[in-house]
Structure formats: structure tokens, C-alpha cells
Design a protein around this ligand. Structure first.
Ligand code: APR
Length: 254
């Protein structure tokens, strides 16, 4: 899947002149680490499950064991996965003059495990569960986080302070983003020269607003995706291809 030369040249030129870079990532960046995306036909999670049936506070209240078991299974999947060349290439985009911040919609910790430091999780993370009732994060023992070999429902552990049920500290449908995360993400995006949007379908709000915020703040937006997700704005470039190959190529060229 070859990229149009002018697009690639313009992307390299914009990155070479860039001092403040934001890399905005979605499930597509972890796809090559073996973690299913959400909306890819057939392979995406939502091709197999109803998101509303698994990612809402309502279903957690109705069936906490099903939802807790589902996230233990996903945690185990993330733990088996390794960061890929795309995660590592992002770190190579940084230089003494170019600062890189990562804003991710992903709930896995592959950016951190690739050595990235400045990572904002807009949709939370599966690493530290919290109490459904008092919202305090809780340190659970390794035993409490083990997925039963058959997968399936597992009764969530209880909060030591209020005896509430533990839930994953991620953003479910209908819930607000962590205030701090959105505030710092949008201010970094308003201040950036270039935003690279990697592996996101751009359908989930408010996260999908970020590339538009960057464009309206005068930045160049570079989309890296296996599908055409561009908005058709002048300062926008589409690099069609897999995240691993395309981000590695950019890191080699700048
Ligand atoms: N390289 C680059 N892009 C890829 C690759 C790859 N190897 N594989 C898939 N993609 C692209 C797809 O073309 C698609 O545009 O990644 C995108 C994945 O889109 P989604 O599955 O919709 O994931 P995302 O955009 O991160 O979803 C946003 O939706 O369900 C919620 O909270 C969940 O954070 C998630 C949010």
C-alpha cells in the first residue's frame, strides 16, 4: 500500500520543523500486537459483542460477575501482548528540539511498556481497578486479578473501605472522560505544531474532536491508518498503511 510521495514529503517536512508533537492513538496501533480493535469488520470486538452489553454502568449493576470476568480476560490478553514497532517508533520521533506527547484512547499499557513517559489515557486504563461506589483506586492482589482458565463470569472483589464492588477504571459509554485527562489533552493539542492520528476510526466523541481542534489551531494533522479516515481539510495528510511500517518509516526519514 504505497503512500502518495507528496503526502509523505509534506509529512516529513512538517515533522522536521515540528517542536511540539502530539501523537493521538486508537485501537489500530495495538492491532499488530494481537489486540483486537473495536470496529474492524469481523475481527473487531464489536463484531462479536454488543458494546452496550459490556461497557455500561447499567450492565455492570445488573451482572457484575459477567463484566468483571470480561475485563479479567482482556487484562490477560493485554499482559500477553508486547508493544510493537509503532509504539517504539513514537519514542524515536522525539529529539532535543521536538517534544512528544501521547494522547491515547486505548486502555492497554503498551505505550508505557514501550518506554513512553508522557501518556494521557482519555478512556482510562485497565491497570488499576477502582471501586464502583466510592471510586477510590484499589490495589488488588495478583490472585484477585487472575482470569479463570475457562474465562467467564467472576464475582468482583470488594473495596476495603466501603465494601463496594471493584470495577475497571475505564470510561464506559455514557460516562464522562477523566476531567484532568481531557483538559491536559486538549491544551497540548491546541499548542502542537503537528498531530499524528494513528489507528483510530474517529467516531467516538469527544476524543474524535482532537484532530479538528489541532487543525483549527493551525497545526498539520497526519493520519496513519489502513483506511481513509481523513476529513478533507487543507492541513491534513493521509498516510495509508499499517502503523508499524508507516511510523517506523517516518521515524527513519526525519
Ligand atoms: N495500522 C493502522 N491502522 C489500523 C490498523 C493497523 N495495523 N488496524 C486497524 N486500523 C484502523 C482501522 O482502519 C480503524 O480506523 O484502526 C481503527 C480502529 O478503529 P476502532 O476499532 O473504532 O477503534 P478506536 O477508534 O480506537 O475506538 C475508539 O471506541 O469502543 C470505543 O472506548 C472504545 O477507545 C475506543 C473508542
Amino acid at each position: 500500500m504505497m503512500n502518495s510521495q507528496p503526502n509523505l514529503e509534506r509529512a516529513v517536512e512538517a515533522l522536521r520543523a515540528c517542536l511540539e508533537l502530539v501523537v493521538f492513538t486508537g485501537a489500530g496501533i495495538s492491532a499488530e500486537s494481537g489486540i483486537a480493535t473495536y470496529r474492524d469488520k469481523l475481527t473487531g470486538l464489536w463484531a462479536q459483542y454488543q458494546p452496550e452489553a459490556l461497557e455500561t454502568a447499567k450492565t455492570f449493576k445488573e451482572n457484575p460477575a459477567l463484566i468483571w470476568g470480561w475485563y479479567l480476560w482482556r487484562r490477560a490478553q493485554f499482559a500477553r501482548a508486547e508493544p510493537n514497532a509503532a509504539h517504539f517508533a513514537i519514542n524515536r520521533l522525539a529529539s532535543p528540539t521536538r517534544k512528544v506527547a501521547i494522547v491515547t484512547q486505548n486502555i492497554d499499557d503498551l505505550h508505557e511498556r514501550s518506554g513512553s513517559l508522557d501518556v494521557i489515557h482519555l478512556h482510562g486504563s485497565l491497570t488499576t481497578p477502582k471501586c464502583f461506589a466510592c471510586h477510590r483506586p484499589a490495589d488488588l492482589t495478583a490472585e484477585q486479578l487472575v482470569t479463570p482458565p475457562t474465562g467467564g463470569p467472576v464475582e468482583p472483589p470488594r473495596c476495603k473501605r466501603c465494601n463496594g464492588k471493584m470495577r475497571p477504571a475505564i470510561v464506559w459509554y455514557g460516562e464522562d472522560l477523566p476531567h484532568g485527562a481531557w483538559k491536559s489533552a486538549s491544551s497540548k493539542v491546541k499548542a502542537c505544531d503537528v498531530l499524528i492520528s494513528v489507528g483510530t476510526s474517529g467516531v467516538v466523541m469527544p476524543a474524535a474532536e482532537l484532530p479538528k481542534i489541532a487543525l483549527s489551531s493551525g497545526a498539520t494533522v497526519i493520519h496513519v491508518n489502513t483506511q481513509d479516515v481523513a476529513l478533507g481539510e487543507p492541513n491534513e495528510l493521509l498516510l495509508l498503511g499499517r502503523a508499524t511500517e508507516t511510523l517506523s518509516m517516518l521515524a527513519n526519514l526525519i
